[in-house]
Design a protein around this ligand. Structure first.
Ligand code: SF4
Ligand code: SF4
Ligand code: SF4
Length: 519
């Protein structure tokens, strides 16, 4: 059984990483693969969005599969499928090998209820309008952390290595490595080096989660994970696969406890905690006298589940009730933020913040790297939701990839025809910095790049004389707000590189009734 589980974990982790790598523009506007597969099967994401928006979404039907499997078999998702769980299994291996019976296997036991209180906090907060589950949901957190934090670092390291070997021009070696490098670009490596704001912070937080394995194996899964708590609550009956310890046969070696992935205490007999069991079934494998069996039964085979105290449940619920209004305090609620340029298809701001789970899929797939995680632009309630930063990357006119990968509908599924009608902001020209306006010298870069049919940038023309006394036509750009969609390519390409002479702000966005320039 152990080998089957390990194989399943490796295959699902490989699938997760494969889909992660495929969440990228590959020369076509169709991804062709269900890259948000793991998010679609995540019931915590489904539940939090449902509570926060009061709208059931058809795509969450997949998560029912996870619910049914959990009800019947317990936390099989944790033990066999979850990519973060598998990373924790690898990282916790050394700790598990070093543990001693009776000492290390009880140290953190009193932490077991924490994840249920975290879950309760998240669900109460969602019910009152703050969807915070995505911060700590394992699938959302892993995708975001890899996309924003670790993928740029890995890309940088690998690229630097190949650049070094190329520069060293080693006979025999360099040409071979060059071929490997070319094959990796666009497959294992991104086409362009990804750059994200806050990548160090988001990457380090994830490293901290993995680092917790130094305290106890799968510390995150055992004590903190809210999805694990939800699946544990759903699967506490798990009538089709219950751990049953025969006290008559048991020789009290405690090997079952030491090998348990989830602090489910198979030993002593009758104390097995079904909600903590990650269905790894190591206990049955390691028992030297076959005292542990896994079989279908409705009989209670263990009474070790932790009791949740009313006091802590109340504290989590009250904490959420305090947090919800606290999160919404801030300038972002009083006036539209000019920097807050949302991707095309984004719901109106309040609905967007409630629906987005900060998974980072849209940021990973954005082909110009323009989508970045917010810091304060949308207040704390909108932390790590996507915004377009035209200086870093623009919204490609013939691309709707972010709307294809968003698992929650925070970015609606839109086709290109609809996308072309959506305004995400408006470009304005800073005449003190614009080269033709300020210096009287021609520059047509923004107009050339503007992708809108008929061009949203036109020229005011004026006959001028240059220093040699020759006459020329000076073309000074002017933006037509009725045509501009706010894609930001003009800002991105503007040759005034530090603070561009044409800049996009969120005004005029289609999704808002208030943030309007053109009535
Ligand atoms: S406890 Fe959470 S992180 Fe661990 S395996 Fe389960 S769902 Fe994944
Ligand atoms: S908007 Fe982006 S970050 Fe938010 S849920 Fe959709 S894909 Fe994830
Ligand atoms: S943002 Fe600039 S390039 Fe894009 S539509 Fe407006 S004027 Fe044209």
């Amino acid at each position: 059984m152990k080998n089957a589980r390990r194989l399943s974990q490796i295959l699902f982790l490989a699938l997760f990483l494969f889909l992660f790598i495929q969440t990228e523009y590959k020369g076509s506007n169709e991804l062709g693969l269900p890259v948000r597969f793991f998010l679609d099967f995540d019931p915590l994401i489904a539940l939090s969005v449902l509570l926060a928006t009061h709208a059931a979404r058809a795509l969450f039907l997949f998560s029912i599969v996870t619910v049914v499997v959990s009800v019947l078999f317990g936390r099989v998702f944790c033990g066999w499928v979850c990519p973060l769980g598998t990373l924790n299994t690898f990282a916790g291996w050394f700790k598990m090998r070093s543990m001693k019976p009776g000492e290390d296997d009880t140290v953190f036991r009193r932490w077991r209820p924490v994840k249920y209180y975290v879950l309760f906090f998240l669900l109460v907060a969602a019910a009152f309008g703050w969807n915070a589950a995505g911060f700590v949901d394992p699938i959302s957190m892993t995708i975001r952390s890899l996309a924003v934090g670790w993928n740029p670092a890995v890309n940088k390291i690998v690229r630097s290595f190949f650049e070094f070997t190329y520069a060293a021009d080693l006979p025999w070696v360099s040409p071979g490595l060059d071929a490997v490098y070319s094959a990796m670009i666009g497959t294992a490596l991104a086409f362009e080096q990804p750059v994200f704001r806050q990548s160090i912070l988001i990457g380090l937080l994830f490293a901290g989660v993995i680092g917790l394995n130094a305290l106890a194996p799968r510390f995150w899964c055992r004590y903190l994970c809210p999805l694990g708590a939800l699946l544990g609550l759903l699967g506490w009956k798990q009538a089709l696969a219950r751990v049953d310890v025969d006290g008559g046969k048991c020789v009290s070696c405690r090997r079952c406890n030491l090998s348990c992935q989830g602090d489910a205490t198979p030993f002593p007999a009758g104390r097995w905690a079904s909600r903590e069991c990650l269905a790894c079934w190591n206990c049955a494998d390691v028992c030297p006298v076959q005292a542990v069996s896994i079989h279908p039964t409705t009989r209670a085979t263990g009474d070790g589940n932790v009791d949740l105290t009313r006091r802590w449940l109340l504290a989590s619920g009250l904490g959420a009730l305090v947090a919800v209004p606290a999160m919404s305090v801030g300038a972002h609620r009083t006036r539209p933020n000019p920097e807050l340029i949302r991707p095309p298809g984004a719901l109106p701001e309040q609905a967007f913040v409630r629906t987005c789970v900060k998974c980072g899929e849209c940021m990973k797939v954005c082909l110009t790297n323009g989508l970045q995680p917010t810091l304060g632009q949308a207040g704390l309630e909108g932390l790590w939701t996507p915004l377009l930063v035209p200086r870093l990357g623009y919204c490609e006119y013939n691309c709707n990839l972010c709307s294809q990968v968003c698992p929650t509908g925070a970015i609606r599924a839109i086709d290109l025809k609809e996308k072309h009608r959506i305004r995400i902001g408006l470009a304005t020209i800073d005449r003190d910095r614009c080269i033709p306006w300020a210096l009287g010298v021609n520059c047509i870069v923004c107009e050339e790049h503007c992708p809108v049919p008929g061009k949203a940038i036109r020229f005011e023309e004026e006959e001028r004389e240059n220093r040699r006394g020759e006459t020329f036509t000076l073309k000074r750009p002017v933006v037509n707000p009725r045509l501009c969609v706010g894609c930001g390519i003009c800002e991105n390409k503007c040759p005034v590189v530090d603070l561009p002479a044409i800049r996009v702000s969120s005004i005029n966005e289609t999704r808002s009734e208030e943030n309007r320039l053109v009535l």
